[in-house]
Ligand binder design. Structure first.
Ligand code: BES
Ligand code: MN
Ligand code: ZN
Length: 519
């Protein structure tokens, strides 16, 4: 297994994390957190505290102060026989039904309460809870990810920030046995890199379209390159014209914002080793163009660069861990606007591949910028190519907001991504790419149309892309339903950074060489 040995302060994270093993009654900390199952059943660490406190906790439960219902919490001060300032009991629900979702909910409840109750540091014993089929590494990674998700705020555009008076600064996760420490430390690093990547993605995707323009994305890529010693290459309109990226340029025509084609290279592997290429859809705002979208929720189309944000963030996470891989992130960045020189429905353009496309709907723009990017990346002789895009509303109808859509021309690669999604709890579900769907893209006037009608919209979008990915192993993630939330909790979710990063970690561990990252 790949070993990541380093202590690292991640500046992108809200808190500092560490791992420990030791008895709960002896922790000198602002707060010790332990779980209670329904009905009134103490978890093991809670029992240890109860013994040290001569039955104080069980007495409280008997009196009815806490049932152990999922999400309920009870904060106790100066419990006799214990060293911490406070003890936080977190309800876990029924022990027999305790699964991934419940584990994550328990961490949310704990971290939220810790942050609101003024202790600077907390020591969590929830990581010791058994979750069916999930080892200590999974529980630690998830604890870091969920803690950061709970504390994340995007308030840089607010003139008044609702500050927490004494925010949580340090979290320690406990393991039951000393022989689990090494695996937990490794998982802590991975979890922090994933969480740092998610925060990076969220900070980019939550920005409005008037700030996060294609030019802004290019600047951010340059900044990433400078910070992590990556190679950045950014092509402007003239270079794209010379390369014949006419489908990409057709999308950019209506906007005053110049398109940018971003290439970021991370060389953590051997010289000559084939790169993993990640391509992210970077539509910084999608009005639909001349095929204008209806007004409701159009503001959410600022999230149409989530794919771009996720691949830049995954590359950053890989660089943070110094994974022994060569990875290239490619982002075609454009704004899709109507205007006097915008592309009209029915216009025919020649893509970089030479194939002609009849643009029947200017709102099916993602595939138009991706197809030229997918042709461009042939020059890297990739090991594999994964594109990530908020590509179709149809994907939201098919899969909702739970899983991302996955389509691939190689079942091995698809399997790896499905496994990475399951392991990082950022799941995907595969849809078929059968030949039979291709005919829906038939055009009377060009090699293909850019839309395939209402049936199977996610599949026909992927079919379109598949015509540009014949030269390598390729997978496509449709994140239209998973990249962001609407309504009261509107905002980027940071997905699919966990899936992508976990995939990269697994690939790195197959390479075998050890990471040597240090502070
Ligand atoms: N960015 C949208 C897809 C989308 C829709 C993402 C809803 C998130 C939520 C994409 O560019 C688009 O407009 N797709 C069209 C394609 C259609 C015209 C074939 C769609 O899904 O309606
Ligand atoms: Mn669109
Ligand atoms: Zn779009």
């Amino acid at each position: 297994m790949l070993k990541l040995r380093f202590s690292f302060i991640f500046k992108e994270l809200a808190v500092e994390f560490s791992i420990k093993s030791g008895s709960p009654e002896k922790q000198r900390t602002a707060c010790v957190v332990v779980g209670v199952f329904e009905s009134r059943k103490l978890s093991l660490p809670a029992e240890l505290l109860d013994n040290a406190a001569r039955g104080y906790l069980s007495e409280l439960l008997r009196r009815g102060d806490m049932e152990g219902k999922a999400g309920n919490t009870l904060l106790l001060h100066k419990v006799p026989g214990t060293e911490a300032d406070r003890i936080l009991l977190v309800g876990l629900g029924k022990e027999r039904e305790f699964r991934e979702k419940d584990y994550r909910a328990a961490i949310v409840a704990a971290v939220r309460t810790l942050n609101e109750t003024g202790g600077f540091d907390g020591t969590l014993y929830l990581t010791e809870l058994p979750v069916k089929k999930r080892d200590i590494a999974w529980r630690v990674r998830q604890a870091v990810i969920v803690a950061e998700e709970t504390l994340y705020r995007f308030d840089q555009m607010k003139s008044k920030k609702d500050d927490v008076r004494r925010p949580l600064r340090k979290l320690t996760f406990c393991v039951e046995r000393r022989n689990e420490l090494a695996a937990a430390e490794q998982a802590l690093v991975e979890g922090q890199a994933i969480a740092a990547g998610m925060n990076t993605m969220k900070n980019l995707a939550n920005l409005p379209g008037n700030i996060c323009t294609p030019t802004y994305l290019a600047e951010q890529a340059r900044a990433l390159a400078a910070e992590y010693g990556l190679a950045a290459e950014i092509l402007g309109r003239e270079e794209m014209e010379q390369l014949g990226m006419n489908t990409l340029l057709a999308v950019a025509r209506g906007s005053h914002q110049p398109p940018q084609f971003i290439v970021l290279k991370y060389q953590g592997g051997k010289a000559g080793e084939k790169p993993i290429v990640l391509v992210g859809k970077g539509v910084t705002f999608d009005t639909g163009g001349i095929s204008l979208k209806p007004p409701p929720e159009m503001d959410e189309m600022k999230f149409d660069m989530s794919g771009a944000a996720s691949v830049l963030a995954a590359l950053k996470a890989a660089a943070l861990m110094k994974l022994p891989l060569n990875i290239i992130a490619v982002v075609p960045a454009v704004e899709n606007m109507p205007g006097g020189s915008a592309t009209r429905p029915g216009d025919i353009v020649t893509s970089m591949s030479g194939q002609t496309v009849e643009i029947l709907n200017t709102d099916a723009e993602g595939r138009l910028i991706l197809c030229d990017a997918l042709t461009y990346v042939e020059r890297f002789e990739p090991d594999c190519v994964i594109d990530v895009a908020t590509l179709t509303g149809a994907c939201v109808i098919a899969l909702g907001h739970v899983v991302s859509g996955l389509l691939a021309n190689d079942d091995g690669l698809a399997r790896e991504l499905l496994d990475a999604g399951n392991a990082s709890w950022d799941r995907a579900w595969q849809m078929p790419l059968f030949e039979d769907y291709q005919e829906q893209l038939q055009s009377n006037f060009a090699d293909m149309g850019n839309i395939g009608g209402r049936p199977a919209g996610t599949i026909t979008a992927a079919c379109f892309l598949s015509r540009f990915t014949k030269k390598y192993e390729w997978a496509h993630l449709d994140i239209a339903g998973t990249a962001y939330k609407s309504g009261k909790d509107k905002g980027s979710t940071g997905r699919p950074v966990p899936l992508l990063t976990h995939f990269l970690i697994e690939r790195a561990s197959k390479v075998g060489a050890g990471g040597t990252a240090s502070k």
